[in-house]
Design a protein around this ligand. Structure first.
Ligand code: ATP
Ligand code: MG
Length: 385
């Protein structure tokens, strides 16, 4: 059998763990026509959650998924957006053509069928997207289609912070102007937890101020991951004791992507020695995973400043919630002063290496302390409980 633990790409169905409450919250929002801001640190499972929530919608509740990271320009974004809506509404090619004639008369897109029979949209040269009415025509398509079908439509815009790069403030404002009039469409704006995602709905000057409800994705609880891990090993003819599965989660701080990565490696390694998995196997699997990422950490380390490195090591050594500003910590880790700590933490936060939760700083990357220890940069005390 194939390794049941996936650490890259979208996971759905049997490969998907937990998130029942989040799926229920999304479905409620879709049915109420509410908008949602979905955010989390990197690789917590936003994209997978959206796909799974859509997959579980009954037939007759259509949805469209737009991945903004696939767009390289405003024009390609508009093409993707239109294609996703036409495809999501499960339209036949004929109906898509009728909608295009009726609702996209300025844009006059060319519809082509790809290998899997999906409608793809091409706008050709110079569709004058800088003109507000032309852009609005594309952005209004979800509402027009939903009206035509007499249904509600859910539209997810994944990697939403890309909008600013693709179309600047103009695109953000055009979206707000269009979407706020769409009574039959519920939008999910998803992205990694960055200042932009937070400000989008929380800053008064943002066009999206309080336009929807925030949904912050947390880690997956250990008691949901453990049975999934044990079950995956059992299907491969191996016995992973629940305690050891819990230890696996703890080692990587319950971070969904790293739990899957470590489980994948452990599964591969232990398979040769079936049937029972022991603590030594886990230690070995962790060492391999750290090894895969060694080049990444080395490059990272080289580009950090001295104070940024010391802050990371202090967090690795002391764990989340340690006060790096305390005089004895500043002295012990040679951090110079509280303002040096502040500047270093801000830079590390921008890099996505450190996050702040309820006023406490912690490492965003749970593998880092293991790498730092393997590289001899911190002592064994970096182990956290
Ligand atoms: N519900 C889940 N069940 C099992 N594994 C999950 C789940 N959510 C996330 N993962 C693991 O985390 C990985 C990353 O998931 P996904 O790409 O959905 O996260 P993301 O938050 O969209 O990431 P990014 O920040 O890169 O956009 C998956 O490949 C999988 O290994
Ligand atoms: Mg994603």
């Amino acid at each position: 059998m194939d390794n049941p633990f996936r650490y890259s790409g979208v996971v759905t169905g049997d490969l998907f763990v937990d998130r029942e409450d989040e799926i229920a919250a999304l479905h409620r929002a879709f049915r109420a026509g509410e908008h949602v801001f979905l955010y989390s640190p990197r690789r917590y499972g936003k994209t997978s959650l959206l796909h799974e929530a859509f997959r579980r919608l009954p037939a007759g509740e259509p949805w469209a998924f737009v991945d903004l990271s696939r767009a390289l320009s405003l024009q390609s974004f508009v093409e993707l957006f239109i294609s996703a809506v036409l495809h999501g509404a499960e339209s036949s090619a004929d109906r898509a053509r009728r909608w295009a004639r009726k609702f996209l008369s300025r844009l006059q897109p060319r519809l082509v069928l790809d290998n899997s029979g999906r409608v793809q949209v091409e706008l050709g040269f110079g569709p004058r997207l800088a003109e507000p009415t032309t852009l609005a025509e594309a952005l209004d398509l979800p509402q027009r289609v939903a009206e035509d079908l007499g249904v509600r439509l859910a539209v997810a815009l994944d990697e939403f912070p890309m909008v600013a790069e693709l179309g600047g403030d103009g695109l953000v404002r055009a979206m707000r102007a269009a979407f706020q009039m769409h009574r039959l469409v519920s939008y999910v704006f998803a992205g990694s937890q960055t200042t932009m995602m937070e400000q989008l709905f929380a800053a008064e000057r943002s066009p999206f101020f309080r336009m929807g409800r925030p949904l912050r994705l947390e880690k997956i609880p250990r008691d949901a991951f453990v049975p999934f891990l044990v079950g995956g090993f059992r299907r491969g003819g191996m016995d992973l004791p629940p305690d050891l599965a819990g230890e696996l989660c703890r080692l990587v701080d319950d971070h969904p992507y790293f739990v899957q990565t470590l489980a994948h490696e452990l599964w591969d390694q232990a398979r040769a020695r079936r049937p029972s998995v022991a603590a030594g196997d886990l230690t070995q699997a962790l060492a391999s995973v750290v090894g895969w990422h060694d080049a990444y950490y080395r490059r990272l380390w080289e580009r950090l400043t001295l104070y940024q490195r010391r802050c990371l090591l202090a967090l690795a050594e002391l764990g989340t919630g340690a006060s790096l500003f305390a005089a004895d910590t500043v002295a012990r880790f040679e951090l110079k002063s509280a303002s040096h700590v502040q500047r270093a933490l801000e830079a590390l936060q921008r890099e996505g290496l450190v996050h702040r939760r309820n006023g406490e700083y912690g490492l965003a990357d749970p593998l880092f302390p293991h790498w730092a220890r393997a590289a001899g940069l911190v002592s064994g005390r970096a182990e956290r409980g």
